[in-house]
Ligand binder design. Structure first.
Ligand SMILES: Cc1cc2nc3c(=O)[nH]c(=O)nc-3n(C[C@H](O)[C@H](O)[C@H](O)COP(=O)(O)O)c2cc1C
Length: 195
């Protein structure tokens, strides 16, 4: 069993990407993992003022401290990437920027989506560099969902032909993340990271 965090960061009241986040949490759970949704809007970090590490020990706001702890504990991450004007959603980017070393030495997988057929592909691409800069290894497999409304219902269940296509691509995506998360877990048990 792996400890996996699924990050989603739309703050919109009518948001749709939560369907994909719910789909991923449920399906990873069904593969036997502890999969937890980290919803940036629910965590509610402010626009970046101080990074977590800029607080003296024990003085970071409690929600930031709790999240830092969960990130440090996790074996791997999934980023649900929506696309605003060809770029990442600011709510999720703001959350990730609060941390740095906490992310190191674990794999991350990207699942993007959008309202149309482009499926968040440009945001997906942009997240690669960002996650790499933050010390994560981005796995090769990815998921692209679009149009999201034709793929997932409000409870995050796959619907129609697009949903079938998502169901077909999910196992490889999950297996890729699992492989590297397990490898990293074994490596961490054997030796400390070099820095
Ligand atoms: C400010 C804004 C910019 C958008 N820009 C893009 C875009 O560049 N590419 C795209 O495919 N969809 C774009 N969309 C449509 C989104 O894919 C769609 O609204 C999606 O549901 C947003 O994710 P959310 O509902 O989880 O917030 C944009 C939507 C908003 C609100």
């Amino acid at each position: 069993m792996l400890d996996l965090l699924v990050f989603y960061g739309s703050y919109r009241r009518d948001r749709l990407g939560i369907r994909l986040a719910d789909y991923l949490v449920r399906n990873l759970g069904e593969r036997g993992h502890k999969a937890e949704l980290i919803d940036a809007r629910a965590v509610g970090l402010p626009m970046l003022d101080r990074m977590y590490k800029e607080y003296a020990p024990g003085e970071a706001p409690p929600e930031m401290e709790r999240l830092a702890q969960r990130i440090r504990e996790a074996d791997g991450f999934v980023f649900v990437a929506g696309e605003y004007n060809w770029g990442p959603q600011p709510g999720l980017k703001n959350l990730t920027d609060h941390f740095l070393e906490e992310w190191f030495w674990r794999p991350a997988a990207i699942a993007s989506y959008s309202f149309g057929r482009i499926a968040g592909a440009r945001s997906n691409f942009a997240w690669h560099g960002t996650l790499s800069e933050m010390g994560m290894i981005v796995v090769s497999s990815t998921i692209t969902v679009g149009p999201i409304k034709d793929t997932l219902d409000e409870e995050g269940h796959a619907i129609g032909d697009a949903g079938k296509s998502l169901d077909r691509s999910f196992p490889r995506f999950a297996a890729d993340l699992e492989y590297w998360a397990e490898a990293g877990k074994r490596q961490r048990a054997e030796r400390d990271p070099p820095y």
